[in-house]
Ligand binder design. Structure first.
Ligand SMILES: CCCCCCC[C@@H](O)CC(=O)SCCNC(=O)CCNC(=O)[C@H](O)C(C)(C)COP(=O)(O)OP(=O)(O)OC[C@H]1O[C@@H](n2cnc3c(N)ncnc32)[C@H](O)[C@@H]1OP(=O)(O)O
Length: 307
């Protein structure tokens, strides 16, 4: 397991993350939508058919805004980062922050430019943040920005406990922990995940065996493979699109989420939503265990939400 002696700040901060290209077709966009539960239980009248089928003769499939998160997968390899070694089996997804600038084409080639956004020593763990700006290769347009936070268990302790190393290239608390009102939620949405949810979701490109291999899951400290954090986030944002945006996914401007606890495939997700102006505060719980697994906020673009 990694420790303090394997941290070399000069190496970490001089590392140039290679640019990557992510290419996708309508089939990938549809597979992703199914992976985050679209059309799973009410396909016939679902507003979500447009994510998987050319509904009413529509020319292109609609792409869910959380699809953005796939663009930045693979920016950090299993081998770790020069200057910061960690056990990839102990990595957990901590947070995700996404800014959306333009709707995504239903297929395309995306150029990703990743960079280091943050690194923090939390004692037992290290927190690594990677920011990725994604451009449509054809038009050159900036489509979105992702900031992924990895919680690297066992990789902390590389600075002194009285002066913990902490670096961010953006204002603190951009995701962090959300404070919820005491009032009843504005809306609540319940959704079931399937026992095979992670096996379906992984086909969108995150093949981390934590989500499919019982032995690896045990090494990571879980009784069975767990759901991808980004899959849970996809469920939560679908709930917001349904309940707050009247089915219009283009109202989503930015998405912030912190993964608080793992989800087992097959569990029921229960998302509570509060509206504060154009900000939706949300909290997703696992019904069976009555535990909050994800919380955050979604900012809507200038249009008045359809209430
Ligand atoms: C580059 C990006 C690559 C990402 C690729 C993703 C690959 C995927 O295949 C992997 C996954 O999808 S894993 C599944 C999804 N994630 C999870 O299930 C994790 C759920 N969360 C947890 O278990 C705990 O919150 C846990 C374990 C994360 C933290 O719990 P504790 O150890 O109890 O921590 P705690 O004592 O509460 O806090 C310690 C300090 O850490 C900060 N922190 C806590 N949770 C955080 C989180 N989720 N994200 C970021 N920071 C977090 C706390 O603020 C605290 O810091 P401080 O002391 O300064 O306040």
């Amino acid at each position: 397991m990694a420790g303090g002696s394997e941290f070399d700040p000069a190496l970490v901060f001089s590392h140039k993350f290679p640019e990557t290209t992510y290419s996708y077709t309508e089939r990938d966009a549809a597979l992703y939508a199914l992976g985050v539960g679209a059309c799973a239980w009410d396909a016939v009248d679902a507003d979500e058919l447009k994510y998987v089928y050319h509904k009413d003769g529509q020319k292109y499939l609609k792409v869910l805004p959380t699809f953005a998160a796939l663009f930045s997968l693979g920016t950090v390899s299993d081998a770790g980062l020069p200057g910061l070694q960690y056990d990839p089996r102990l990595l957990l997804h901590g947070q995700q922050y996404i800014e959306l600038y333009k709707p995504f084409p239903s297929s395309g080639h995306i150029l990703n430019k990743p960079s280091l956004a943050g690194l923090h020593d939390k004692g037992n763990a290290a927190i690594l943040e990677i920011e990725t700006k994604s451009y449509d290769k054809e038009s050159g347009d900036l489509l979105c920005m992702n900031r992924m936070t990895a919680f690297l268990r066992g990789a902390g302790g590389f600075s002194t406990s009285s002066n913990r190393f902490s670096y961010s290239n953006y204002p603190a608390n951009q995701v962090s922990v959300v404070k919820f009102p005491e009032t009843q939620p504005f809306s609540v949405f319940e959704d079931r995940t399937n026992p095979s949810q992670a096996l379906l979701y992984r086909l969108s490109g995150d093949y981390n065996p934590l989500h499919s291999d019982p032995m690896i899951a045990k090494v990571a400290g879980f009784s069975q493979p767990i759901l991808h954090g980004l899959c849970t986030l996809g469920f939560a944002v679908r709930a917001i699109i349904k309940c707050i945006c009247g089915g219009d996914s283009e109202r989503i401007k930015s998405i912030a989420g912190r993964f608080l606890l793992h989800v087992y495939p097959g569990e029921t997700l229960y998302t509570e939503m509060w509206l504060e102006g154009l900000r939706v505060l949300y909290r997703t719980k696992v019904k069976e265990r009555k535990r909050t697994v994800l919380s955050g906020y979604v900012d809507l673009n200038g249009l008045t939400p359809s209430l």
